[in-house]
Design a binder for this molecule. Sequence first.
Ligand code: CTP
Length: 398
Amino acid sequence: MLSSKNILLGVTGGIAAYKITFLIRALKKSGANVKVIMTPDAKAFITPLTISTLSENPVYSEFSNSLTGEWFNHVELGLWADIFIIAPATANTIAKMANGISDNFLLATYLSAKCPIFIAPAMDLDMFAHPTTTKNIKQLIKNNNKIIDAKYGELASGLVGKGRMEEPEKIFSIIKNYFEKDLTLLGKKVLITAGPTIEQIDPVRFISNHSSGKMGYHLAEKAAELGAEVILVSGPTNISLINQKITKIAIKSAEEMYDAVFKYFNASHIVIMAAAVADYTPVKQEKSKIKKKSDSIDIQLTSTKDILATLGKKKTKKQLLVGFALETDNEIENAKKKLLNKNLDFIVLNSLKDKGAGFEGDTNKVTFIDKNNKVEKFKLKSKSEVATDIFNKVLSLL
Ligand code: CTP
């Protein structure tokens, strides 16, 4: 659920500190990586040993370890975190965060962190109701922090009022919702093809193309980021995948790509054919190396199966099919023909006439044409940004 998310917890010196153990357990159970920073005062309420045992990481508290001389990098820790939760946050820590004071490791990390920050105040009712605290909390909200509001109830002082830290289960569900809100493709199966195909002439020679596979790999990473289960059928490339939710099926020829695609097609909700599939393959693959004999040789080629066109014929109303068109002339007209002939929901056109577009680079300049003939032109972007645009379009059509 929170698998491989990096969650940084900041614990300050309030009685609610002991409840953080329940939050750490829930986070670890759901697969998150958890690191904890404690202020010196927090250690009076719960031991670092308990926290480090539960989080399976050392606890950070000081800028350096006086015994080993080791320096802890608050900037690195801030960058490591996908999310930073300060709970419980005392009136003192809230005041310091609101005013940029950095006199302990937690505060220095807070000032360095670039990720979303959630703060769960916990204090006695009068401290919570004090106008300075109200002003400081307002300042933290203004600075883009999210406040997990304190609750009304019995307080450690014996008084009853607003100031209790939100329950760990509720904080856990706020974190979970935060990560899941972007998982717009959760439960969807996405099939993507990428890279070139290789059509063997003899054991040493082949016909292929300049496709790097970058566009398809960015699409696969994006789909996985959005929560989809991804099958990536890929021709030979030298790109490594980051997200472990992507299953890669390595193929070489157009025929192998056809077989792999149809193995997964029926179960897929979204199919994106970003591969540069060879249109022709040698009629005969020589078993031995062709020897040099005459000044010229003829290699007879036969057309491969058009995978996308076949998918277009078989697709159901519940499946969304996206193709690519790489053109050099009459781009829009040719792309529209492909969209229609291959029965696509939309087509991503790139023209080799555009600088920075096409096969090998890290950028692409694309135009989308959908089955309602809507044409959307985009400026030159990184392939990762193009992948985001493609999935925005997919989501608008789902
Ligand atoms: N495609 C496919 N199977 C093939 C050839 C292409 O699935 N045998 C897919 C590509 O992955 C792409 C789309 O069809 O999504 C268009 O590919 P492209 O090479 O631009 O067009 P072709 O249909 O091959 O036509 P042409 O080469 O004449 O432009």
